[in-house]
Design a protein around this ligand. Sequence first.
Ligand code: SAH
Length: 343
Amino acid sequence: MTDIKSMTLPELRAFLQSMGEPAFRGKQVFSWLSRGVTSFDEMSNLPRSLRERLGETCALTVPKAARKQVSAKDGTIKYLWELADGNCIESVLMRYHHGNTVCISSQVGCRMGCAFCASTIAGKVRDLTPGELLDQIIFTGKDSGAPISNIVLMGIGEPMDNLDAVLKFLELVNCPDGLNIGMRHISLSTCGVLPGIRRLAELAPQLTLSVSLHAPDGETRTKLMPVNRAYPVEDLFAACHDYFERTGRRISFEYAMIDGVNDQDWQADLIAKRLRGMPGHVNLIPLNDVAESPFRPSRRTAAFQKRLESHGVTATVRRSLGGDIDAACGQLRRKAEKGEDSQ
Ligand code: SAH
């Protein structure tokens, strides 16, 4: 079956033309898909015969909300989507003053192995397709009724480990005949896969890049993030400086504050030193609880922030949403945990 949902508008046009249809059908189908139709029959401006032929050759897969949890605190909604093959992923809708944001997953599971993160515990099962990336936004918007203006690629998975699909997804979501969400409204977070950072600088320089730093020294970072063995933190900073020079875009560094591990003054000093010459922004994340993790939240967040600021580095403490439904950073999983749904 053809994966029609992963096709860009030009691809869809060519596909329909190859079926003997006029090119304008491409735009019609693309716009129906962007509205989250669940069958070809809903595409009411297409001739019935075409709808039937599409139904025979193309998969119109629809993610099913296997579970939906609404935060009583802040209205955050966490969805567990069941995909066509039975695999599950989570996405989160967050309501900010600047607009509704969907945090999407890029893979079923993750193979990066960060020691404090729930998403990686059971490893990676498979990559998501561009259509599955896009559907998380379309169906979160459709189910919740919330207009979506911002996207963060910060859910389960490492976007740079599935970069071809992610780049195609960016094209889909950016398309004026579809969701039309601009690159400046999209953030992508990486644990530091350097070839991916270089490719993004070339192919999507308007995007906001977030780098999960979590430690400025190699020894601590390797303990927390195995990726540091392949791409050491010194090289990561070099790649970030290069990214800034090429794109002129400020990078945001994520830093989960872990008690006694990465929250010492000398580490703040080292961050400042490594950022010199580039306007980085450090986002301090209160460590979110993951039952399997040995780490505890730091009690030095305010002092660490001050220390960074004393060096002229801007640092903010991230306001955590959805903590009561395990929807905060690092808490997303590919399987729902047992227990009651919280509403
Ligand atoms: N793989 C990408 C995308 C995941 S984004 C990346 O690593 O950037 C999720 C963010 O939450 C990352 O910055 C991740 O390091 C952070 N995170 C993971 N577990 C966390 C936890 N328990 N508490 C706070 N932040 C966590």
